[in-house]
Write a protein that binds this ligand. Sequence first.
Ligand code: NAD
Length: 438
Amino acid sequence: MRVSVFGLGYVGCVSAACLASMGHEVIGVDVNQTKVDLVNAGRAPVVEERIGELTAEVVRTGALRATRDVREAIRDSEISLICVGTPSEPNGSLCTTYLERVTEEIGAALAERGGRQTVVFRSTMLPGTCLNLLVPILEKNVGGTAGVDFGVAVNPEFLREGTSVRDFFDPPKTVIGELDPASGDAVAELYKGLPGDVFRVQVPVAEAIKYADNSFHGLKIGFANELGAVCQALGVDSHQVMDVFLADRKLNISPAYLRPGFAFGGSCLPKDLRSLVHAAQRADVSVPILAHVLSSNSAHLQRAVELVERTGKRKVGLFGLSFKPGTDDLRESPLVELAERLFGKGYELKIYDANVSLSRLIGANREYIEGRLPHLAQLLADSVDEVLEHAEVCLVGTRDPAVLAALPHGGGPAIVDLVRLPDAEARRAEPGYMGLAW
Ligand code: NAD
C-alpha cells in the first residue's frame, strides 16, 4: 500500500521503517526539519535496537522517504497514520493541539486532492477524541462525510521503547477501531502477515484499550515496588516472594512489570495515567486507586534519594539516565528526576548512559537535553571510567553490560543498586552495598 506517516518520533519512525520493510511504499512527514533530513539521509531520528539498520536499508531501496510537505504526502498515499505526540497539559489533561493541527492539514490536503483516503490515528487519545473532536475537523476541512467520502480508524500502538522494532513485527495484539468496515479492512491489509490476534472494535473502545493497558502497567509496577519496599523493611527478599507468587498457575498472572525495581517513567505511562485520572475527575467519577499510582511511584523515587543520603557521601556517579535501557528517551525519566533531586540537594554528580552521551545524542533528544536540562548536560560523561574516577557512591540505574563489568566490589565506592544487579546476592554481604529492589 502507499502509506503516509505523520510524526517521525518514536512511534512514527519505527512504524514508517517497519511498514516500508514489509513492502509498503512509505512517506514520512514531520514538522521538524532535522528529523526529515535524518530520515532522508538513511538515519533514524531515535535510538532503538535495529532501527538504524532498518532505516538505512529502506531509504536505500526507496521504500521510505520523508518530507515536511503534507500535500505531497497525501497526494502519494492512500492511507495515513497519525503518530504525533499527545503530551500532558500542565493540569494533567491530554494535549490534543498537535492532533488537531495535523488533522486540519490532512483534511485540507484531501479536499484539494479528492479521492478516498483512510485516516488512521495511532496517537494515544482519550475515548471520544476521535469522534467528537477529530472527525468534525476532518469533515469540515474535506467538505465530506467520514465513513463515506473518506475512512477513519483508530489503531493504538503497543510498542515498548527499547524493543519497538521487535514489538512491531511481533505485536501483543492489533486493535482496529473502525468507523466503517472499509476503513477497518484498509488497516487490516496494512498489517497483513504480522502475527497476533486482531480485534476489530468500535472507535472509542480502541481508544480506551490503550488506557487500560498503560494504567495497568503502572499499577503493576507500583504494586511490585511497594511490596518490594515492605519486604525489604521486614528483611524479606521480595524477588523470592514474587517468584513463588508468579509461579501459581491458577492465578495466571503475567510476570511483566511485576519485579520490584526502580520507579517507572517515560513519555507514556505517567501522562496517560494523568489524563485518565483527569478525565475521570471531570466526569465526576472517583478513581482512588488510579489517582494514587503516580504518588506511589514518586514515593519510590524518594526511597532512592534516601538511600544515597544514607551513604553520607557527596560525590555521586549515576549510571543510566534514559527512562529505560535501549532508548535515548529522557522524557519523564525517573533517573532524570532522581538526578535533579540530588543536584538540587547539592550532590556532585557525574552521569554515564551509553545512549545519552553528548557525542551520541541526535535530533530531538539533543534539543531536549540542551534546552530543558542544560544543568544535567554538563554532568554527562563519555565513559564509565570517567564516572568511576569521580564517584564516592555509584548509583546504578542500568544493567548495561559495560557498566556491570566495571563496577568495583566491596571496599571502593558505595554501591546503591536500583536495578537488582545480577550479582546482588553476593554483593549484599559486601560493605557499602545497598539495594532498592530486594
Ligand atoms: P514523539 O514526541 O517522539 O513524536 C511526535 C512527532 O510528531 C515529533 O517528531 C513532532 O515533531 C511530530 N509532529 C508534531 N506535529 C506534527 C504535524 N503537524 N505534522 C507532522 N509531524 C508533527 O512522540 P511518540 O513518543 O512517538 O508518541 C506519539 C504518540 O504515540 C503519542 O500519542 C504517544 O502517547 C503514543 N505512543 C507512544 C509510545 C512510545 O513508546 N513512545 C508507545 C505507544 C503509543
